[in-house]
Write a protein that binds this ligand. Structure first.
Ligand code: FES
Ligand code: FES
Length: 145
């Protein structure tokens, strides 16, 4: 099956019901996306599918055929959000942060000037370190609010 990951065309020969997360990590070596709960609850595995955040631990890889997948590696380390993340010292243990950044990236693409309510509604990922206030502040910094 074929799809585009971070701008590159890839071809994979795997079972169609393999979770996308497994394909990314184990087949393609894109280990920036993390496995947390495995049941679409925590958001650690969030990637973008045609720009929309999806939980890749439960999405079959076949759902990505012919579509564009963006992972944390695809942000290139220099997006306004990633810079704000560093400036605001958001990550603590760091485990949830790839998923947080992908959800925040999708939010700013859809709403360049999000309100607190927009942020609360869009960032449904879990962080056991409680970085939520820093995440909000970094999103606002990236959005220049
Ligand atoms: S690992 Fe996918 S939502 Fe938790
Ligand atoms: S930074 Fe530790 S779980 Fe979020």
């Amino acid at each position: 099956m074929q799809f585009k990951i971070n701008g590159k065309a890839v071809e994979l020969d795997v079972e169609t019901d393999m979770p996308l997360l497994w394909a990314l990590r184990d087949e393609l070596g894109l280990t920036g996306t993390k496995y947390g709960c495995g049941v679409a609850q925590c958001g650690a595995c969030t990637v973008l599918l045609d720009g929309e955040p999806v939980r890749s631990c439960t999405l079959p890889v076949s759902a990505a055929i012919g579509r564009k997948v963006t992972t944390i590696e695809g942000l290139g380390g220099k997006s306004a959000l990633q810079k704000a993340w560093i400036e605001k010292q958001v990550p603590q243990c760091g485990y949830c942060q790839s998923g947080m950044l992908m959800a925040a990236t999708a939010l700013l693409a859809r709403k360049p000037r999000p309100t607190d309510a927009d942020i609360d509604a869009s960032i449904t990922n879990l962080c056991r370190c409680g970085t939520y206030p820093r995440i909000k502040s970094a999103i606002k910094a990236a959005a220049k609010l």
